[in-house]
Design a protein around this ligand. Structure first.
Ligand code: BGC
Length: 501
């Protein structure tokens, strides 16, 4: 072969090689694009599954209102329990004296002392937060109540006060069948608490016994749900407060109902009004499909397919839903590289982390990168993937906040404050202008996550329309669940009754 021919062959080989490399590159890129598209498809699927257009939210509100009607008719007629609380009068500002409260329900509990002066005046307030060791949420009821009583005893001693004859409010944020204002049996645990032998027990009595064991001479005067406590505090400051909502570790609502509208358990009805603990966490909105992540997630918790509304809205769960979506993205594509072990650890992504991701407004999404690195041990995530992660957190946040808004509208609808009865000029002539409605609200998720609040308020306006929305005020009640229990203890204590006119 002559030199010219060699050169020709070499040129052909080089061209073939270049073509091969180029083809390999193209096919690698195509594969990478395909994998990226699969990650994007996961997010699109989530977006479709979580869609909450206004009309759908109206129907959700309507369904919940119907469930609420059914729940008041007879026991077990609805998934929404509509528990009668035995609270037939709310604090009105005339309460005076020193009261204690214990607030148990989330990841921490609180002990507090409240000194009240007349005219809705909190003269002095001392609150202490204590974490609840996880093993106590799954151990024995005696250990749990002992720990609480012991903490109260230390608190009173540190404060230099005396428990002698004082009234005690006990906020217990789980569904309870109330027998009186100061007693009630636990129906079931929620929010990852699971001390099975406590179910069916009178939780006020459990606490009273623990107080005796710890040498404290005081007893539970008012046993209240946190939603009821928040309503009580709201009413103490503003008599237009008609309902309350909790959006924290769990979610719930309570409101003031006419006794005439309640047909079940009539023996508990002692006056014209009764506060009802809705327990809306167990509502399953028929218009909102469970996404594969909700389903998978339900498989992993002890209260499997229950508490659907709560699992779509509240703080114990949102981070976990996001983790499951990110895990699916990692399985479908290589967006997180090979370091994805942590993504298979349940509850490793907390809701505060989800909020931090969504609220990151730095141009390079630095916070998103940091959370992925520190919480999930996923490093060097490119910007376009961080954007996708933020989108996941946004979708989950939006659905939660908008469903919570629909829940609030359902409560307003139940008491005729959503405008549907006074929308027409004719109806208005009969019923008058819509009344001002205050909804007291408490919970870390609502108070600490501004984008959640914005989405909720926006949805409320959309569902109610501007005119009615302008008559509804959401008012944050800081520490409302515990302070409200102390206020109710004040209202229902014998000392207070002696002072009453
Ligand atoms: C409980 C409610 C409570 C709510 C908010 C739910 O899991 O069932 O009783 O009010 O959490 O803490």
């Amino acid at each position: 072969m002559g030199r010219g021919q060699w050169l020709g062959v070499a040129a052909v080989c080089a061209a073939a090689l270049t073509c091969g490399v180029a083809a390999a590159l193209v096919s690698r890129r195509t594969a990478a694009r395909r994998r990226w598209n699969r990650a994007v498809a996961v997010v699109r699927g989530l977006e479709e599954g979580c869609a909450t257009p206004t009309e759908r939210l109206r129907r959700v509100a309507n369904s919940l209102a119907i469930e609420m009607f059914a729940g008041l008719a007879s026991e077990g007629a609805s998934k929404v329990r509509m528990l009668l609380t035995c609270v037939d009068a709310l604090p009105n500002g005339s309460e005076q004296g020193i009261y204690y409260a214990i607030d148990l329900g989330g990841t921490s509990f609180r002990v507090m002392k409240l000194e009240l002066g007349s005219g809705s005046m909190v003269v002095n307030k001392k609150v202490e937060h204590q974490p609840i060791p996880e093993e106590l949420t799954k151990g024995s009821s005696e250990d749990l109540f002992n720990m609480i009583a012991f903490a109260l005893k230390n608190f009173i001693e540190r404060e230099g006060g005396s428990a002698e004859g004082k009234a005690l409010g006990f906020t217990f944020s789980f569904p309870v069948r109330q027998a009186s204002i100061s007693s009630g049996s636990l129906i079931r645990w929620t929010k990852e608490f699971s001390i099975e032998e406590a179910v069916g027990k009178d939780v006020a009595q459990c606490l009273n016994e623990a107080l005796v064991r710890n040498g404290l001479n005081l007893q539970v005067t008012a046993l209240v749900n946190n939603a009821v406590g928040t309503l009580a505090m709201g009413h103490y400051y503003d008599e237009d407060t008609v309902a309350s909502v909790i959006i924290g570790a769990g979610t719930n609502a309570s409101y003031i109902e006419r006794s005439a509208a309640i047909t079940k358990s009539r023996c508990l009805l002692t006056s014209e009004l009764m506060v009802v603990n809705v327990e809306w966490g167990s509502f399953r909105p028929p218009q909102i499909p469970l996404t594969p992540y909700d389903i998978c997630f339900n498989d992993g918790t002890h209260n499997h397919y229950d508490q659907a509304f709560e699992k779509m809205i509240s703080g114990v769960y949102l981070g976990e839903v996001a983790r499951l979506v990110l895990q699916r993205m990692a399985q479908e594509s290589d967006v997180f590289g090979s370091s994805m072990n942590c993504l298979s650890t349940p509850f490793i992504l907390s809701t505060p982390c989800l909020a931090a991701i969504r609220e990151d407004d730095s141009p390079d999404l630095r916070v998103v990168g940091r959370v992925l690195e520190q919480q999930l041990k996923i490093q060097d995530v490119p910007l376009k993937t961080r954007k996708l992660v933020m989108r996941v957190c946004d979708i989950i946040t939006q659905r939660a906040a908008r469903l919570a808004a629909a829940g609030i509208v359902a409560v307003l609808q139940k008491i005729g404050r959503d405008g549907t009865l006074c929308g027409t000029t004719e109806a208005r002539k009969i019923r008058g202008e819509p009344k001002r409605s205050v909804v007291a609200i408490e919970g870390g998720l609502y108070q600490g996550y501004s984008i959640f609040r914005e989405y909720l308020n926006e949805a409320l306006d959309e569902i109610l329309g501007d005119e009615i929305a302008s008559t509804v005020t959401l008012r944050v009640m800081e520490e409302g669940s515990g302070i409200g229990a102390a206020l109710l203890a004040a209202s229902y204590s014998s000392t207070r009754q002696q002072h009453s006119p």
